[in-house]
Write a new protein. Structure first.
Ligand code: F6P
Length: 499
């Protein structure tokens, strides 16, 4: 039945974008939706009334309403791990017990921010936040987006096991004034714990009498943090039901709350809650995350697009593509359905991107004239983030808008080398300003869009078993327990470490 629905979606006639505009004078208002000071322009996608209607029928067939309800009421929808996915409870939407729990844990986090701010634990001015994946990408991206540069604390987020990432920070920081924040949901992640040990060694070498006294742990496994040596009063737990890539809203946001102020964190939660409400209440054809997912599925399944490119026309949002890569690819990069059967649709597109205008001079050639059809997402902020000549920001925005227009319009030339086919889709997301509230709403939009895509694909977006095998093999290689791996890997190991 569902495959029939996909067949009928594939059978819909394809109209070029410019024809869609010519045929419907209301297209811009119909496909331009606003929420929380963010304007989402889907008009330059191939969505039209009949596509939206067909996808809405598919959504009903996939019981999207029930799935949204299940997500937002804390049902155990992460079926492979038998638990709920309760990131929205952090923002106030969920089962009453989970919302209460999240609020109590936020309160605890707020108190610790106040205690540290008061100087009661030491005169800290520098923070090293250690974590990886969801325990680093969100805090790092948020901090880069919202910092003003005059904050009381200097924050560095380090994730890689490569000492090249950590060493320059240790050379620059003052051990006595450094707060070490260890962020790990499981508190077992090799990279994070190795970096943490190195920071503690450095503190000791620099004469800090009690390095563990300068540690805060953010984790869903507090017992493990205690065992590791962190004092219980400085452990900020969060719920096991908050997934790593959805954990920014939990105590994983602590370093940002400390560095930028707790109210920034609260505003981010409030912005996200507004988007949650919109997602919960809006009909599919007015529902921003749902429409975005319809467009995603249209390009992935009907037009065969294997990637989606995201370009932030704002340096402050430069880490957003990295954040979205984990959110979308770790969530929806799956090969089996909820029932465990082989997925016959394309799973998550490969999400890639960069910063405009830089990317225009590097990768846009392919977007305009390459043989791949790549749906592009542009992000821009109307309010400038700098105080230089307004020509800078105006130029930035104009470039952003021009790219979307050029991709769509194309330009005919008798010289085939100079011909632009056009009809290349884009979505433009224009934020009024870049504040904690709007950023919170934007990130919640991406989470819900990822969820809707998963529902339409009938997959579980909340597990990530695909990352385990590589971790296991790294341990096996390190153990050198006589179990031979393949000959190529053995040779690489021999060359790197000697026989
Ligand atoms: O290896 C993948 C992963 O489990 C991500 O899902 C997670 O965000 C990251 O590692 C870090 O895990 P943890 O927070 O448990 O250290």
């Amino acid at each position: 039945m569902t495959s029939d629905r996909w067949q009928s979606l594939r059978a819909l006639p394809l109209s070029p974008l410019t024809h869609l505009f010519d045929a419907d004078s209301a297209r811009v208002s119909k496909f331009g939706l606003e929420q929380a000071g963010i304007y989402f322009d889907f008009s330059k996608t191939h969505l039209e009334d009949k596509t939206v209607a067909a996808f809405a029928e598919l959504a009903d067939e996939m019981r999207l309403s029930n799935r949204v309800e299940a997500l937002l009421s804390g049902e155990p929808i992460n079926i492979s791990e038998g638990r709920a996915a309760e990131h929205c409870a952090e923002r106030g939407i969920g089962s009453p017990a989970s919302v209460d729990n999240a609020q109590a844990l936020h309160q605890r986090m707020k108190s610790l921010v106040e205690i540290i701010d008061s100087g009661a634990l030491g005169e800290f001015t520098q923070i090293i936040h250690l974590g990886i994946g969801g325990s680093a990408l969100g805090p790092k991206m948020l901090h880069q987006a919202l910092k003003l540069g005059d904050e009381k604390y200097e924050l560095e987020v380090v994730s890689n096991i490569d000492g090249v990432a950590l060493e320059p920070i240790l050379e620059r920081f003052d051990a006595g004034k450094t707060l070490l924040v260890i962020a790990s949901k499981t508190f077992t992640t090799a990279e994070t714990l190795m970096n943490a040990r190195s920071v503690l060694d450095w503190m000791r070498e620099e004469g800090v009498a009690d390095p563990l006294g300068q540690v805060v742990a953010l984790t869903a496994n507090p017992e493990q943090a205690v065992e590791w040596g962190v004092d219980e009063t400085r452990i900020l737990p969060f719920s096991e039901t908050v997934g790593g890539r959805y954990s920014l809203w939990s105590s994983i946001g602590f370093s940002v709350a400390l560095a930028l102020g707790y109210e920034v964190f609260e505003n981010m939660l409030a912005g996200a809650a507004g988007m949650d409400q919109h997602f919960q209440d809006s009909p599919w054809d007015q529902n921003i995350p749902v429409l975005a997912a319809f467009a995603d599925q249209y390009y992935a399944q009907i037009r065969g697009c294997e990637t989606r490119a995201v370009f932030a026309y704002d340096e402050r949002l430069g880490l957003l593509p990295d954040y979205l890569q984990q959110l979308e690819m770790e969530s929806n990069g799956k090969s089996v359905t909820l029932e465990g059967e082989k997925l016959t649709l394309h799973s998550s597109p490969i999400v890639w991107g960069g910063v405009g205008t830089d990317a225009q001079h590097a990768v846009f050639q392919l977007l305009h004239q390459g043989t791949h059809l790549v749906p592009v997402e542009f992000l821009a902020v109307a309010e400038a983030g700098d105080s230089l000549d307004p020509a800078h920001h105006n130029g930035l925005l104009l470039n952003c808008f021009a790219q979307g227009a050029a991709l769509m319009a194309g330009k005919e030339s008798d010289d085939s080398h100079r011909n632009y086919e056009g009809d290349r889709p884009s979505v433009t997301i224009l934020l009024e300003d870049l504040e904690a509230c709007s950023l919170g709403a934007l990130l919640a939009f991406y989470e819900h869009r990822t969820f809707v895509n998963a529902v339409l694909l009938n997959i579980n977006p909340f597990d990530q078993f695909g990352v385990e095998l590589g971790k296991q093999m790294a341990n096996e290689l390190a153990d050198d327990d006589g179990n031979r791996l393949d000959a190529s890997t053995e040779e690489l190991k021999k060359r790197a470490f000697g026989a």
